[in-house]
Design a protein around this ligand. Structure first.
Ligand code: SF4
Length: 343
């Protein structure tokens, strides 16, 4: 059983949502108010956000329809991440007793049990690895967990992170299933409010273009282009993709300020943390200047996007930096087209 008033249903059925938008009852008014408030909060800096209770997240299905109509991926990601963080805060709070956390996990498709004897949460190893793949920090790596017979035993902090990841994935999948066209007719009663939100968003400067300075982005390998595109679209990159991007840009001559500026478009951007990580990877505050991982490593981590790219499929191509150097030499005429090395 879940305590009253804390259910977060994710039913985005079009008729149901239309009902909320056309009705004047108090509950519908409240949902509408919260849906817009959630979007505005997500646009603000983290520090200036008001606290929204988990109960307010019941407006999320309506929020998703509004976001579908607005059609700004970076704004959608910000709102989803804001909702995700609110849910995590709620799961970590005293409002919810330890044994109720797995109810939320199950609601978002994760099999989780609470072990009263140890006070730990049990999750299948496969689900653990899948849901923690985008989390940074040793605490979320399988190797640091207690494991027995394919089950991971984790503490509440890790369990809350797993639930929040499942929650945000569920939100994304619902969002991706909403029709663009239908979003216009459904949200018609709140068109004026949506126009106001679009105006605030455009003035906010959130949608910055990515400035790569002197670096020639046309020579980037597909993996690096994909990470940049994802970041521009408001996707939180997995740890290894961030590491690859930072070390790659550093090695091809981009300064740390430029690299940090690039990450400003990320929905979970934190200037202090990003500066520390960039300075660490580039050797500014550590004794090592890291290089990007090899193609085989990126491929085994599902971070290679070679598609049909002819250079990526050459036998000699082992590293994203090799791709860049090869293309640069070819562009400068150092490697005549017909003499370029072939596999
Ligand atoms: S083959 Fe290498 S360079 Fe090409 S996309 Fe994959 S990881 Fe990147």
């Amino acid at each position: 059983m879940i305590p009253a008033g804390t259910n977060i249903y994710l039913d985005a059925d079009a008729t149901r949502i239309k009902g909320f938008l056309e009705s004047n009852d108090r509950e519908s008014e409240r949902l509408r108010h919260n849906a817009f408030r959630l979007i505005v909060e997500a646009m603000n800096d983290q520090e200036s956000r008001e606290i929204t209770s988990a109960e307010d997240l019941r407006c999320l299905p309506l929020t998703l329809w509004i976001l579908r109509r607005i059609g700004e991926p970076i704004l959608t990601s910000r709102v989803l991440n804001h909702a995700r963080d609110l849910l995590e805060g709620f799961l970590m709070s005293r409002t919810i007793a330890s044994e109720f956390v797995p109810d939320y996990a199950r609601r978002y498709g994760v099999t989780m049990e609470y072990d009263e004897m140890t006070g730990l949460y049990m999750v299948r190893a496969g689900e653990f690895v899948n849901l923690t793949s985008r989390l940074s920090g040793y605490k979320y790596r399988l190797i640091y967990q207690s494991m027995r017979h394919g089950t991971v035993y984790c503490d509440r902090e890790v369990a809350a992170k797993i639930v929040r990841e499942a929650f945000v994935r569920k939100l994304s999948s619902i969002f991706n299933g909403l029709s663009d066209e239908e979003s216009y007719s459904i949200t018609a009663p709140v068109s004026d409010n949506i126009d106001e939100i679009i105006d605030i968003f455009q003035k906010s400067g959130i949608k910055k273009s990515i400035d790569l300075g002197e670096v020639d982005a046309t020579l980037f390998p597909p993996c690096i282009k994909e990470y940049i595109t994802q970041m521009r679209d408001g996707v939180n990159l997995p740890h290894m993709a961030r590491f690859t991007l930072v070390s790659f840009l550093h090695k091809i001559g981009m300064n740390n300020e430029g690299i940090i500026g690039l990450f400003k478009t990320a929905p979970d951007f934190n200037e202090r943390m990003t500066t520390y990580q960039v300075n660490h990877v580039t050797g500014e505050i550590s004794s090592t200047e890291y290089s990007p991982p090899k193609c085989t490593v990126l491929r085994s981590n599902h971070l290679c996007y070679w598609g049909e790219d002819p250079i990526c499929h050459r036998d000699w191509l082992k590293h994203p930096l090799q791709y860049y150097t090869y293309k640069k030499r070819k562009k400068s005429g150092e490697l005549p087209l017909n003499k370029a090395k072939k596999s």
